[in-house]
Design a protein around this ligand. Structure first.
Ligand code: CMX
Length: 471
């Protein structure tokens, strides 16, 4: 796209967004008028009463409106397709993919502030968007960057807790242990013990959430350097933004890797509320467990191979293909390898999804990044070949609802290209990113006063009897 055309497209998008209604669910632009415009917490403080009213009105006027029928298939089929959660920060369309506060990934790439000279969105900008529903200005994003830096001190006992684990403990186990150790400083727990009123729950939740988001890259990079770099720590560089500083602390300073990390953290942040990690955090927090406890629980779900661990599995699987058949594997040989995996009773990692029914736009934007920055990389070319080979085979199986690649099919080869080749570590990166979406929603959970989550369960006997009566 020419410079002129992209500027025109951007200004059209800006005016479309500006014309949208003034409710939180749609995006607004803000003119900076006072110092409080630069302060995220003050912005939230202003928004909360109007959103509380909005929810109250929905409940009182439409509380009995039906949202669909629950079938037996849904109950025994992992609640697929069952609408059962309120999640404000993002919404997933099966065909289009994720929208963060109404904005698709390409739209976020166009409107969210970037680093100087960079092209990818800054994760701080996405955090602002998810929390407020407004696209932040560059000044707001840089104020938030500084605020996160000011919150990023990790107490010594956290490192000691991680050090107590054997070096070969899975990186996700070490990371989650670090998060649990951070919990010692929970503001929410302190405020609750001190008898804080319900109406104020969101305030210590906000403090914990921002502290947690700020500290996670330090804990995560400590785990990486401990396991893979003989414990040699790279100190933070506070001249850098959130994503770039994370990459720097891991030990990667190539400007393209900094861009990749900004993009990576942004696109992995949130995927509506029903996925295992987001739903777990929301459920645990509904018992008024603080953000650290809730997020640690989410990480344990993310560490499962059908969810976040799939990014590790993809790179290990791709490397096993190369080890067995070489980088120049033919299309026919690749098909055989996919069939071999399936016939041994395993899934093809990185393909399929519980909700999506088309190629994941998080895959597509990583593919675009690869086409721009590493088009000749042999593993990227293998990933491209898999895009042709795997979907027809999964379709042929006849039972796979979505044969297309998901976010995890691509991330590993990008990280590997820039030298972050330790696949077992990849889910930790996903975890750091996920904190942005999960914590944003947890703040709204408390601000909106959402109740304890407690769905009804039934036994097989109950279902049999119910079906007999219904027949
Ligand atoms: N390879 C082989 N079989 C697959 C498959 C894949 N990639 N995707 C789905 N299937 C199978 C399922 O295992 C299931 O088989 P059974 O009926 O024998 O149990 C059948 O197809 C139907 O599954 P589905 O309804 O299409 O998919 P689900 O909603 O049950 O599961 C997911 C979704 C992601 C767990 C599944 O597609 C999968 O296992 N993919 C590979 C792992 C992966 O990439 N996970 C990451 C997802 C993204 C993320 O959360 O990070």
């Amino acid at each position: 796209m020419s410079f002129f055309r992209s500027v025109t497209a951007l200004s059209k998008l800006r005016s479309r967004l500006a014309q949208q209604s003034t409710t939180l669910g749609s995006v607004r632009w803000i003119q900076i008028q006072s110092a409080s415009d630069l302060d995220l917490r003050s912005q939230l403080q202003e928004l909360i009463p109007e959103q509380q009213e909005r929810l109250k009105k929905l409940k009182s006027e439409h509380g009995k409106v039906q949202l669909g029928n629950i079938t037996l298939d849904m109950v025994i089929g992992g609640m697929r397709g069952m609408t059962g959660l309120l999640w404000e920060t993002s919404l997933l369309d099966p065909d289009e993919g994720i929208r963060f506060r109404g904005l698709s990934i390409p739209e976020c790439q166009k409107v969210l502030p970037t680093a100087n000279g960079g092209e990818e969105p800054l994760p701080e900008g996405l955090l602002w968007l998810l929390l407020t529903g407004k696209v932040p200005s560059k000044e707001q994003v840089s104020a938030l960057s500084k605020e996160l830096q000011s919150r990023s001190t990790v107490p010594d006992h956290v490192y000691k807790a991680i050090d107590a684990l054997p070096i070969n403990a899975h990186p996700m186990t070490q990371f989650t242990t670090g998060v649990m150790a951070l919990q010692v400083q929970s503001e929410f727990q302190k405020a609750y013990d001190g008898g804080i009123s319900k109406a104020k729950y969101w305030e210590p939740t906000y403090e914990d959430s921002l502290n947690l988001i700020a500290r996670l890259p330090i804990v995560a990079s400590y785990v990486y350097r401990r396991i893979y770099k003989n414990g040699q720590i790279v100190p933070a560089d506070n001249s850098l933004d959130y994503g770039a500083n994370f990459s720097h602390m891991l030990g990667f300073d190539d400007p393209k890797m900094l861009e990749l990390m900004r993009l990576y953290v942004t696109i992995h942040s949130d995927h509506e509320g029903g996925n295992v990690s987001a739903h777990t955090a929301h459920l645990v927090a509904s018992a008024l467990s603080d953000p650290y406890l809730s997020f640690a629980a989410a990480l344990n779900g993310l560490a499962g191979p059908l969810h976040g661990l799939a990014n590790q599995e993809v790179l290990l699987w791709i490397k096993s293909v190369v080890k067995e058949r070489g980088e120049n594997i033919s299309t026919e040989q690749l098909k055989d390898y996919v069939w071999k995996t399936l016939k041994s009773g395993k899934v093809v990692p990185g393909f399929g999804h519980g909700v999506l029914r088309k190629t994941d736009p998080r895959y597509t934007c990583q593919r675009e990044f690869a086409l721009k920055h590493l088009p000749d990389d042999s593993l990227f070319q293998l990933v491209s070949k898999l895009y042709e080979v795997v979907p027809p085979i999964l379709t042929e199986l006849g039972k796979v609802k979505n044969p297309w690649p998901n976010v995890d099919a691509h991330s590993g080869v990008l990280l590997n290209y820039f030298g972050l080749s330790e696949a077992r570590y990849y889910t930790v990166l996903f975890g750091v990113s996920r904190s942005i979406g999960i914590c944003s929603q947890l703040i709204w959970d408390r601000a909106l006063g959402l109740p304890l989550e407690r769905p009804k369960s039934v036994t097989m006997e109950w279902l049999e009897n119910h079906c007999k009566k219904a027949a």
